[in-house]
Ligand binder design. Sequence first.
Ligand code: UTP
Length: 410
Amino acid sequence: MSITLEQIRKLLKEHGQEHLLKYYDELDDAGKERLLTQIAGLDFSVVELGKSGKGEAARGKITPLNAMELPEIEARKEEFQKIGLEAIRNTKAGAVMLAGGMGTRLGSDNPKGMYDIGLTKHVYIFERLIDNLMDVVKEAGCPVPLFIMTSDKNDAATRAFFKEHESFGYDPSYIHFFIQELAPATDYDGKIYLEQKDKVSTSPNGNGGWYSSMARCGILDTVKDYGIEWLNTFAVDNVLQRIADPVFLGATIDAHAAVGAKVVKKAAPDEKVGVICLEDGKPSIVEYYDLTEELMNTKDEKGEPAYNFGVILNYLFKVSELEKIRSRKMPLHVVEKKIPCLDENGNPVKPEAPNGFKYETLVLDMIHLASSCLPFEVVREREFAPIKNKTGIDSVESARKLCQDLGIEL
Ligand code: UTP
């Protein structure tokens, strides 16, 4: 073993986490090794930042950022499409599916993309996304490299599912999986939980680390080998997601923007979506809970709400800009969560209610680290059907209805 028990004891003492060795003496040799190896690889810095409350930066001065709206996009559609298709044909664009989340709200043990939204036949979330991307592949006449981010918790199941379904007809040589990191999960006092006697509780470290995970896994070499200049990052759970959209790509290239963000007009001033804006003169997203009454009621020169466009987790990033973003510090979000842990007798339990924190960075914070951003309006009913829950708002039910309204057979 490369790291000794003594070294681990010292490390844990430094971070006030000695309790992680509480059951060490009960473990067999393999268990001991597993636990020490896991502890040696833990990122304690996130817990420290969370405890000190220094993870989340204070907000700067918020001002409006104009979006490119539907009438302008419609008028210039062919021009943008031509630019976008040319970039795709020259393999200048790739897509990154963020599929490392736990999908806790949906409540399935499988990766979210394996969820079947079909009614008369199987329609898996992954399948819907691949079908959407295939539209662009057909239009461009060439494949788009697709990078899929998983976590240690769902990687094997995701890969096996793609294999079983022959990648839903996508050329597998253009699909590249990579794994994001995990961060320790803690109780409310910042003490890391044990999930089993030989295993620390961990949770995926948020969707903000996708590019640094690509770098760490060595998959950026593949990005460079293709000659990719733009990466379209999108959430796994929006079943109407338009991926590598040539018009969006063309508009972002034409605007000389470092980043493009798909946005929808807010349904109501208090809708719970992150709103695109400027913060201290730089592009940013203000979360709905940070949007004050005053900002909500501010009007632009046309009399429309000045903060009227919400992001839908579909961004285009210029690769050269991502290199700069990677060198900057991302804020850390501390999120309440139900964390599987051990009870006082050392038995594993799955809590019914939140019992601590997970620590995450978010892709939306990358926007503020970019030099410029083009917010690009899309029609909500055509492109936004997120699945977070089984029923109600942003659910399997609401997404099914939106798919059916567009004539998608389920
Ligand atoms: P959400 O924030 O909705 O999280 O993810 P989630 O894990 O899917 O669902 P809940 O909150 O546990 O119910 C938005 C997108 O970011 C991805 C998700 O897979 C989804 O596509 N994501 C989230 C990651 O890739 N990694 C993460 O660590 C978190």
